[in-house]
Design a protein around this ligand. Sequence first.
Ligand SMILES: Cc1cc2nc3c(=O)[nH]c(=O)nc-3n(C[C@H](O)[C@H](O)[C@H](O)COP(=O)(O)O)c2cc1C
Length: 149
Amino acid sequence: MSKNTIIFCYSKSGNTKSFTDQVLSKYTNVEKVDTPSNITDVSQYDFVGFSSGIYYGEQANEITQQIEKLNLTGKKCFFLWTSGSSGEKYNNCPKEIIEKKGGIYLGGQGVKAKMTFWLFRCCCCCCGGTVTEKDIENGQNFMDNIFNQ
Ligand SMILES: Cc1cc2nc3c(=O)[nH]c(=O)nc-3n(C[C@H](O)[C@H](O)[C@H](O)COP(=O)(O)O)c2cc1C
């Protein structure tokens, strides 16, 4: 079951968009918005999500700027991500800024996707991966858990 949700997505080369779309395909009542966006009012939503590739160890600047524009007081927030290397360390990337904006951070879930940047491809050629059905299932289990909170 899903609840009234908006998710802001930034995907430079498409991996995160694909992951986000597949994970959320199961749910109704989820509005997906590409960033940058002009939306500043999320008062009508119960859940506010963010999804992004990981760039230099962080969520995209576009996501950070979007969060800065929002009043997240009392909103339940989550983060979906893709990266070139695996790492649960990325689960909490936007936690601090979300909490600074008043949001309740429920956690993050992500996958190691294909490397899309030549430097990372060259340096970490052994690290890239592809999104699998299991990744999507894990993402949906994560979302089920989020929507139960
Ligand atoms: C400029 C740039 C910086 C990146 N920095 C990291 C990084 O610090 N750690 C990592 O694991 N992957 C890094 N990657 C790989 C991306 O996170 C990965 O390819 C991700 O799936 C991209 O998402 P997107 O296709 O939605 O843009 C970087 C990619 C680019 C283009």
